[in-house]
Design a protein around this ligand. Structure first.
Ligand code: PLP
Length: 389
């Protein structure tokens, strides 16, 4: 039997051999459209900080005030003695923003998804996921013990077939999908999904990680923009993307939140988020709903428009609907890595996204835009892409 590190070394060789090696890069600056890496400055096109709030003075000030009053640590899980004022204030602000009875904050979005699926479903129940659903939903579905079924990406006909089958199984049925997909930036056909889940008596969990803050009145997300929010049982979001802090949340009925507090193991057995982070998130949620949020969204959509037009004229396929995520599909893993390196030499930081985050041979450069990008930033990106082609 080979030693521990030798065995792991073989696993690592396999990963390298498949062109799937990943490593951490130390960023020596705040999260922004400019980042410092290895002593050099890059224009950053890889962050989910869509509204530039991650280092916004209103959020850092809110965090600083909370630090002064509540310190750094929350001390325990929420149910023991860690349920601090900033957590409650954040949850009230989230429920108000989303016009739901209640909201519950988790340490991460990943933990929020896990908490929901494992609390609501178990053996004898069915969870139906979109093929491109985030890893957090796949893992949570498996952990729940429910039967897992996958429908073709955004395919209502295939979803209906699975709903028909699931309705005969005798247990609860839940459909879960994303409103804006994290790796493609495309949208779920929400009206169709809502109609189907209602027709077959199923529940819907909608992951709005890449939509909250960006779409709809007050940045309430895509379901709200489509007038469907009130018909969706469970909506989930993160506090670490457009909101500019960290954490995840669920919004919905009082009963939903009460059940999660009583059952969600990723909530119950986990230390509460740092009060400073929750205070920052609350400031982000308030800012998103105000005049500044509206103007930041306007700037973001202007940059998206410029980039989409430019990409199209370079001959890349562009998404049908605008989103802050623009995938440039390259195909082979090595080619995507080479393109990433080439762009990096010109001072642009864009990640190559590979298997298992996306399917094999669908490796891509995933460009994300922020309201903090300038028109000149977008032109620099288009110039570099033009030369790379
Ligand atoms: C980022 C993300 C999550 C997880 O949220 P975190 O707060 O980062 O843990 C869940 N779903 C989707 C679609 C995401 O993009």
């Amino acid at each position: 039997m080979a030693g521990f590190n030798e065995q792991l070394g073989r696993d690592l060789d396999e990963i390298r051999g498949a062109g799937l090696w990943r490593e951490l890069r130390e960023i020596a600056s705040a999260q922004s459209t400019r980042i410092k890496l290895g002593g050099r400055e890059f224009i950053n096109f890889s962050s989910n900080d869509y509204l530039g709030l991650a280092a916004h003075p209103a959020l850092t000030q809110a965090a600083q005030e909370a630090l002064d009053r509540f310190g750094t640590g929350s001390g325990a899980s929420r149910l023991i003695c860690g349920s601090l004022q900033p957590h409650h204030e954040l949850e009230a602000a989230l429920a108000k923003w989303q016009s739901t009875e209640a909201a519950l904050v988790f340490s991460t979005g990943f933990a929020a998804v896990q908490g929901v699926l494992t609390s609501l479903l178990g053996q004898g129940d069915v969870i139906i996921l979109d093929k491109k659903a985030h890893a957090s939903m796949i893992d949570a579905a498996k952990l729940s013990g429910a039967t897992l079924r996958i429908f073709h990406h955004n395919n209502l006909g295939n979803l209906e077939k699975l709903l028909q089958w699931a309705a005969g199984q005798g247990g609860r049925v839940l459909v879960a999908t994303e409103s804006v997909f994290s790796m493609d930036g495309d949208r779920a056909p929400l009206a169709g999904i809502v109609e189907l889940k209602e027709r077959y008596g199923a529940w819907l969990m909608l992951d709005e990680a890449h939509a909250f803050g960006l779409y709809g009145p007050l940045g309430q997300g895509l379901a709200a923009a489509d007038g469907l929010a009130g018909r969706i049982e469970i909506r989930m979001g993160t506090l670490g993307k457009a909101v500019g802090a960290a954490g995840g949340f669920i919004c919905g009925s009082r009963q939903l939140v009460d059940l999660l507090v009583n059952r969600a193991r990723s909530f119950i057995f986990s230390t509460a988020p740092s009060p400073a982070v929750s205070a920052a998130a609350r400031a982000g949620v308030e800012l998103i709903q105000g005049a500044e949020g509206e103007s930041l969204r306007g700037q973001l959509w202007q940059r998206v428009e410029e980039l989409m037009r430019g990409i199209e004229s370079l001959g890349w396929k562009t998404p049908v609907e605008p989103s802050a995520i623009l995938p440039l599909i390259i195909g082979a893993e090595e080619k995507a890595l080479a393109a990433m390196e080439q762009l990096r030499e010109t001072g642009l930081f864009i990640p190559a996204i590979r298997h298992p985050t996306v399917s094999r041979n669908e490796a891509r450069l995933r460009v994300t835009l922020s309201s903090s990008h300038t028109g000149a930033d977008v032109r620099a990106l288009l110039d570099a892409l033009g030369q790379a082609r």
